[in-house]
Design a protein around this ligand. Structure first.
Ligand code: B1N
Length: 830
């Protein structure tokens, strides 16, 4: 509305500060009932659980609102730098409990609802989690914004409000089927639309030069536009009264868009065209680590980044802001390459719209961006074909060319006319076809480039971005990932949290290093007993969750061995299956004495990208093996496989506190960091893992005695590749491996049909890109050590406690401090 600035209210209530409802049981109940009546339009007696859940969510939101207004006003008024986290994914998980906890409302809400005759637990179950991400990268973004709010750092998380998040997974005869995730269908109480703050985002068309009072300038003449409508979500800090913003953009057709086609006389076509525009934010791409060069994906990326940059400049900065000072007020953190198109976009804004000189604009741009790389897999490094990018964003391609020209001049100045080096460093790749290498663009433009664990950052410097690291050694840094202790310990594991608070006081929730204080208690038999009782009770809790989903309950006395992460060959779920099959085969063939085998439940949680055939075959194999092994009486119930469908954040919060053993078995050098590994260690699971990603740092901290290491190191992997890896040799050499693979190939898990898993078996024998066979024997040896360790329960629990005590480093609060010190240099609001 144009008139907002002209409102001249005289009513005393209208000029008083916004106040939250009273923080009491009565205050809460009153607000809740009001929301039920006036927002949901039902009376208490006519309401169903969804009405009640929505009214409850609105009530929590009402408490946060005044704080949020304050923080936004302050953000505009103050001179502090704002962290703008640009991420195509935010894997938020359920909001209700987190927001209740942050605002200290859990007890009040529970009691108020009880007085209304409602069990708050019933409402918790109603919430559909916003699954606006694939896996680790999206969940990391969610942990980071939680920590930044808790640390009072002014932050805006910018992203996309996908209408459909990550698909729902179901199994049909053991095979994955995907269903759309209609998460908005029952209402979305945690966000609210601001259509008045919409941005117009342009695409395609041409560029032209024109004379601007004697200066030749370029302008973009786009062909079509969409509206980006912001939806705000509140991001409350834990117990500090601060509320930051997560602003997610939704694509809506512009009026002009309608009008254009409407004027051509085709009403139906004009309505159809709306769908075209609105498709941009329709669905999250479900590939984790293997993006495809689809035009719609580039549209999504440009759509949210352009809207975010414009929003920050126009709405967050004060009206009279001098654009030259932009680097003092913002850092745009690029979460992987997905938002990197923001680099040429900011250049376009500064040069074409704000009419700055190129060099001045470039100096500003370089200070405003920093880039986090999350992978090393070559197939995951995003490239866009020059044709596609030039067609969709012609002005941006011109700008990228100029950035590249000037960058390559700099390379020549530094290193001479080394044409191969120039080819290797060019932002434009020529082979197999002309394309823009987004990681290179981000590296050239960013003030800093970081990897997500020490090993990963080192490999970035030594391999993928080696020449850039030689040119700019100071640009490269590491920030090891972290996870939020609020969601993944305090909320997910309330019993362990109470135990810790009783022992150490409550401060650990915001100062996780305090968990060190538990070290001394690892030798206290009484504490160990209580710790073990918590683990047992968490297993029972998980068991009922599984039962409610139609799975078999967990068996008492089983070690809970979990592998929960996206299904990907490099993560090597297949290696885990080979261990299960080998143990099963050993029992059946008599090689192993069943009475000597440690009873275990193997729990998998994993979605495969819908187009990733091999990953889907592995899912099928896990389910097929599970069915046979769990039912075979010869193993006397000692081996169980459970694979609940649709692993997501909500389920993770139940599995992690119950886990005994954490499987982190990627091929060394392939897992950039991992964050599930941190969550599991923090909740007292012991890790069996390779020297990869953050496992390296976990092992260093928890100690070799409390971690089961196996497998080749990264240099050993490189060496074996260089020598020529022949997986079949390993098959020939190791009888246990041979028997396991033969059993799968024989059709034992596919009703005698040898064809079903043949592609998988052949792949292992003749290709095995991720060297599962090479690591098989040391993996089995490590599993034997696990069994022996578990047999000594006292020793195991001691190790579990030490894992918790020494995992404080993996708090995302620490990660945020590292980003602040090394990259952002932003300070808290007072
Ligand atoms: O990012 C996580 C890391 O802990 C994991 O090791 C890493 O695999 C993960 C394209 C990705 N890397 N790349 C992606 C996701 C979606 C997509 O479309 C790439 N995810 C990771 C957090 O640092």
């Amino acid at each position: 509305p144009e008139n907002t600035a002209e409102l001249r209210p005289t009513h005393p209530l209208a000029i008083a500060p916004v106040v939250a409802p009273a923080a009491s049981v009565d205050g809460f109940a009153k607000q809740f009932l009001q929301n039920l009546n006036f927002d949901q339009g039902v009376t208490l007696s006519n309401s169903d659980v969804n009405d009640q859940y929505l009214a409850l969510a609105y009530t929590v939101r009402d408490y946060l609102m005044a704080r949020w207004f304050d923080d936004r006003a302050q953000q505009k008024a103050q001179q502090n730098k704002t962290v703008c986290y640009l991420s195509a994914e935010y894997l938020l998980g359920r909001q209700l409990d987190n927001n209740l906890l942050a605002a200290r409302l859990t007890d009040i809400a529970t009691e108020a609802l009880a007085q209304c005759g409602i069990d708050i637990d019933d409402l918790r179950q109603v919430e559909i989690e916003p699954g606006l991400g694939n896996g680790g990268l999206g969940r990391l973004a969610a942990c980071f914004i939680d920590s930044l709010a808790t640390m009072s750092i002014p932050t805006i998380g910018y992203g996309i409000r996908y209408e459909y998040g990550i698909f729902r997974q179901a199994f049909n005869e053991g095979q994955q089927v995907e269903q759309p995730d209609a998460w908005l269908r029952m209402g979305s109480p945690w966000d609210f639309a601001h259509p008045e703050a919409a941005q117009t985002i342009s695409f395609a068309g041409t560029t032209e030069t024109y004379d601007d009072e004697g200066v030749e300038r370029t302008r973009w003449v786009p062909e079509w536009n969409v509206l980006a409508v912001p939806y705000n979500m509140m991001v409350p800090g834990y117990h500090n009264g601060r509320v930051n913003t997560l602003r997610l953009w939704r694509a809506v057709a512009t009026n002009a868009f309608d009008l254009h086609t409407f004027n051509s006389g085709d009403y139906v076509e004009s309505v159809r065209a709306q769908t075209f525009a609105e498709n941009i934010s329709k669905v999250l791409y479900p590939e984790d680590s293997t993006p495809q060069g689809k035009e719609l994906r580039l549209q999504q990326q440009y759509f949210f980044v352009a809207a975010s940059i414009a929003d920050f400049i126009e709405n967050v900065l004060p009206d009279d802001f001098e654009i030259e000072k932009l680097p003092e007020r913002v850092i745009f953190q690029l979460n992987d390459t997905h938002p990197v198109i923001g680099v040429p976009e900011l250049m376009r804004v500064l040069v074409d719209e704000k009419k700055l000189e190129w060099d001045a604009a470039w100096a500003i741009t370089q200070k405003c961006f920093a880039y986090t790389c999350h992978t090393l897999l070559p197939e995951a490094l995003e490239v866009w074909s020059v044709d596609l990018l030039g067609h969709l964003l012609p002005r941006h391609l011109e700008i990228i060319y100029r950035i590249n020209d000037e960058f390559l001049l700099e390379v020549r100045e530094r290193f001479g006319d080394d044409e191969m080096l120039i080819r290797n460093m060019s932002i434009i790749g020529e082979h197999p076809s002309r394309s823009v290498r987004m990681a290179y663009l981000a590296t050239v433009a960013g003030s800093k480039v970081n990897g997500v664990a020490e090993l990963h950052s080192q490999l970035l410097r030594d391999n993928v971005l080696k020449d850039f690291a030689t040119m700019w050694p100071d640009k490269f840094t590491n920030v090891t990932n972290g996870v939020t202790p609020r969601r993944f310990l305090r909320l997910a594991n309330p019993d362990l949290s109470s135990l810790i608070t009783e022992a150490l006081g409550a401060g650990w929730t915001v100062d996780l290093e305090r968990l060190r204080g538990l070290e001394a208690l690892a030798d206290d038999a009484d504490f160990r007993e209580r710790f073990a009782a918590v683990k047992a009770s968490n297993k029972r809790r998980l068991s009922s969750v599984l039962e409610a989903r139609g799975e078999a309950p967990l068996d008492d006395g089983h070690m809970l061995d979990v592998m929960i992460k996206r299904l990907h060959e490099y993560k090597r779920q297949t290696l885990k299956v080979l261990h299960i099959v080998s143990t099963y085969e050993g029992i059946v063939s008599g090689r192993l004495d069943v009475d000597e085998v440690q009873a275990r439940t193997f729990l998998f949680g994993a979605k495969a990208a819908p187009g990733y055939g091999m990953a889907k075959r592995i899912i099928h194999l896990i389910n097929a093996v599970g069915e046979v092994v769990s039912a075979d009486e010869r193993v006397k119930g000692k081996l169980k496989v459970v694979y609940p469908a649709n692993y997501n954040v909500t389920l993770a919060e139940r599995i992690i506190p119950a886990a005994d053993l954490s499987e982190q078995i990627s091929l060394a050098g392939k897992e950039a960091s991992g964050t599930g590994n941190m969550k599991l260690a923090l909740n007292g699971a012991l890790t069996i893992g390779t020297d990869d990603g953050a496992n390296v740092e976990i092992r260093k901290l928890v100690g070799d005695d409390n971690f089961f290491l196996f497998g080749m190191s990264e240099p050993e992997v490189e060496q074996l590749w260089a020598e020529g890896y022949r997986p079949a040799d390993f098959y020939q050499k190791d009888e246990r491996l041979r028997s396991a693979i033969d059993l799968i190939a024989s059709g034992a898990f596919s009703g005698g049909d040898r064809t079903v898993f043949e592609p998988l078996v052949s792949n292992l024998l003749y290709e095995d890109r991720f060297m599962a066979l090479a690591d098989f024997s040391t993996y089995l040896d490590a599993q034997d050590r696990v069994d022996a360790a578990y047999a000594d329960q006292d020793g195991w629990v001691r190790s579990a406690i030490l894992n918790v005590a020494r995992s404080g480093y993996f708090s995302s609060d620490r990660a945020m401090r590292d980003y602040l010190d090394r990259i952002w240099h932003a300070t808290p609001v007072s």
